[in-house]
Design a protein around this ligand. Sequence first.
Ligand code: AMP
Length: 213
Amino acid sequence: MRIVLLGAPGSGKGTQAKMLMAERNVPHISTGDMLREAVAAGTRFGHKARTIMDAGDLVSDDVMLGIISERLAQADAGDGFILDGFPRTRQQAEDFEELLDQLSAPLDAAILMDVDFDILMKRLTGRRTCSVTGKLLNIFFSAPEEIDECTAAGGELIQRDDDNEEIIGNRLDVYRRQTEPVIEFYRKRDRLKTVDAEGSIDEVHARLQSAIG
Ligand code: AMP
């Protein structure tokens, strides 16, 4: 299974991709996570990436294509992948198409996770990660027991650096200007499926499953 998950920041791509990975036994490849790892490792590239990410802007297409080509060359991606956060520009989509052609590994589908703007804002401004369990939580949507579970384990609720309101505004703007054309790119090629991504994680997951088949 080779799929791309498209959708604005906060549309639930990461959460759903992790669930799919466990069920379908293909890796979840998140370019955002890969960049955050580079930042955490403190490499020179990591420092550069951090400045761009902290502003909510995009890392260059060339760099991203390099990162993805290397990642797809690893053995675990041989049977497929779930891409989350890539492609994010029309140029990336075109380059990615060429790369998949070379690998003779056509994409099965690009799935758009569709969410209303107000819900996106709450999902993003409320998003936290438990410092001990690593669980993704949301101060507006998670059950109180889930939040208590983290606190009881001695954890703190950590907010991503780029999840504050000003940067979120820029990320959503960048999404509209740079990433929405990617939706058209796949629609024109008859590869696009849209999933209503509002509601509970399990409801969205059931819709995603039936879209993938
Ligand atoms: P994400 O976790 O997918 O929201 O990504 C976090 C940040 O990483 C984005 O706001 C961008 O700065 C950067 N990033 C992730 N994926 C890409 C990509 N495909 N192209 C350019 N920048 C990216």
